[in-house]
Design a binder for this molecule. Structure first.
Ligand code: NOJ
Length: 524
């Protein structure tokens, strides 16, 4: 139950819409904003409070919109500003908030700033908006340092200067088409402020801030002590590419803009593991919320899960911030696959959903999670994630968790689009997982999610800011939320007795008061 004195986001269920894959309204095989508008009724019925839209700004789509060429306009692939305004207004009419993705660490190489930087040459003011350096070695043919791109290969690319000769290098922590901005240059913040105000003035309710632990770089750009390419970094300690101290002053400046829009929320993508380091991002004058990824990283293991919950809580308690919980997003494998695949993987994913939805704070559900979608096995030729190419075909990338939603019918594209030629193919076997089928089935994953979210929103047992871990049989996690809810997760091998109380909801069958393996239950 929502307490009117708390900000709306403090206990919100956010629903992450991957716009390419949610609903196509114009038959080009790619989802778009009018498609999202058309499905708002579904989201309302699911019970979510707010949407987070992955980037929809103008982009050549080298990294599905995380390469922004114009941050203050909508890419035609997704619609136009009017479509964005329609979506925001329609969501607001239904009582849902809309947050967008903001990409401040880098731009697209097609951004006019980067094009101007290439044309203007070394030493120019245009180059000072990005991180250009002369190369190492006698003829500058070596990259300025040993940093790697998160997507694979070096984080530096050498440009050809106007005279046709090989010239300086520019930094890109992600793809070659995503040059990192130079946050030491005041123009960079000024432009971000314009972007923030542009969308907030149009009625958007906040932003998820991409790579919020990036942006600032150490002045001398020291080598990485350990060179290991990783998709999403687990431990940031000793990695000079991220979590530089200077980033906090940037967040304080961003926050001052948000303070002019007191209802809006800034949610940082913070891949920082250490609790004290993480907490710094959510101090009262920085981000409102930071994604804590400990629960995503935890295996289906009682000790891991308990540790993730306790540490996520401990981190925000250091600074009086609100916890956040997430099990899935467009960058990681979907839970049923991650937890072992098949019926067991799905059972575990449902159990973990109950764990997540029992916790205090903001939760993030990724589109398709409520259907129990697994990762799709895509053929090589279908892969679109730059990770596949950049890694020399050694990492398949994230496409498997980005496949379009199956809405209805018995064959692809399952009502997602009018064309069967969808941007990623939808597995035919997802005919069993469509929204249509699941809505008609009281035992479906979707029905289960709807009930769980409804309880979370309506029952007072979910209120209260803290959780207490209780003693429990080996292989299980039992916690008591301060509102009165008890959540029991059985991640062990045998059934366990449930504690006293009425079972409000369980992710599987409770038989004679015993909770089977791979199952969770809520008790009041
Ligand atoms: C994190 C985003 O979630 C991911 O999808 C993207 O590739 C990188 N940041 C680069 O913007």
């Amino acid at each position: 139950m929502t307490d009117p004195s708390r900000p709306w986001w403090a206990d919100a269920v956010f629903y992450q819409v991957y716009p390419r894959s949610f609903q196509d309204s114009n038959g080009d095989g790619v989802g778009d904003l009018d498609g999202v508008s058309a499905r708002l009724g579904y989201l309302k019925a699911l019970g979510v409070d707010a949407l987070w839209l992955n980037p929809v700004m103008v982009s050549p789509m080298a990294d599905n919109g995380y390469d922004v060429a114009d941050p203050r306009d909508i890419d035609p692939l997704f619609g136009d500003l009017a479509a964005m305004d329609r979506l925001t207004a329609a969501a607001h009419d239904l009582g849902m908030k809309v947050t967008m993705d903001l990409v401040p660490n880098h731009t697209s190489s097609a951004h006019p700033w980067f094009q101007a930087a290439l044309a203007a040459g070394p030493g120019s003011t245009q180059r000072r908006r990005y991180i250009f350096r002369d190369g190492a070695g006698a003829d500058g043919a070596e990259p300025p340092n040993n940093w790697l791109s998160i997507f694979g290969g070096p984080a530096w690319t050498r440009v050809t200067e106007a005279d046709g000769r090989p010239g300086q290098w520019y930094l890109h922590l992600f793809d070659v088409e995503q040059p990192d901005l130079n946050w030491e240059n005041p123009e960079v913040f000024d432009d971000l402020e314009r972007t923030l105000r542009f969308w907030l003035d149009r009625g958007v309710d906040g932003f998820r801030i991409d790579v919020a632990h990036g942006m600032a770089k150490p002045r001398d750009l020291p080598d990485m002590p350990i060179v290991k390419p990783e998709m999403l970094l687990a431990e940031m300690d000793d990695d000079p590419r991220f979590n530089d101290d200077g980033v906090h002053e940037i967040h304080r400046r961003i926050r001052r803009v948000f303070d002019d829009y007191p209802d809006a929320v800034a949610i940082g993508e913070v891949w920082v593991y250490d609790n004290e380091q993480f907490a710094r991002y959510v101090r009262p004058d920085e981000l409102h919320l930071g994604f804590n990824f400990r629960l995503v990283r935890a295996g289906f293991d009682a000790a891991d899960i308990r540790d993730a919950i306790e540490n996520s809580m401990a981190a925000v308690e250091l600074v009086g911030a609100t916890p956040t919980w997430t099990l899935a997003n467009h960058d990681v494998e979907r839970e049923p696959t991650r937890y072992g695949g098949g019926p067991v993987g799905l059972a575990r994913a449902k159990a973990m959903a109950l764990v997540m939805l029992a916790l205090p704070g903001a939760v993030f559900v990724y589109n398709g999670e409520e259907l129990g979608l697994p990762n799709a096995d895509l053929p090589d030729e279908a892969l679109r994630d730059p990770v596949w190419e950049r890694s020399g075909h050694t990492r398949r990338g994230r496409d498997g968790s980005r496949v379009p939603m199956p809405w209805q019918g018995d064959a692809p594209p399952f009502g997602f689009s009018d064309t069967a030629d969808t941007w990623l193919p939808i597995p035919p076997e997802w005919s069993a997982l469509t929204v249509e089928k699941q809505l008609a089935d009281p035992s479906s994953t979707l029905t289960f999610f709807r009930r769980a979210i409804e309880f979370r929103c309506q029952r007072s047992e979910f209120d209260g800011p803290t959780v207490e871990m209780l003693d429990s049989p080996a292989g299980s996690v039992v916690f008591h939320a301060s509102g009165g809810l008890v959540c029991v997760l059985n991640a062990g091998d045998g059934a366990i007795p449930l504690p006293e109380g009425e079972v409000l909801l369980a992710s599987g069958d409770v038989v004679d008061g015993a909770l089977p393996p791979d199952t969770a239950a809520w008790l009041v």
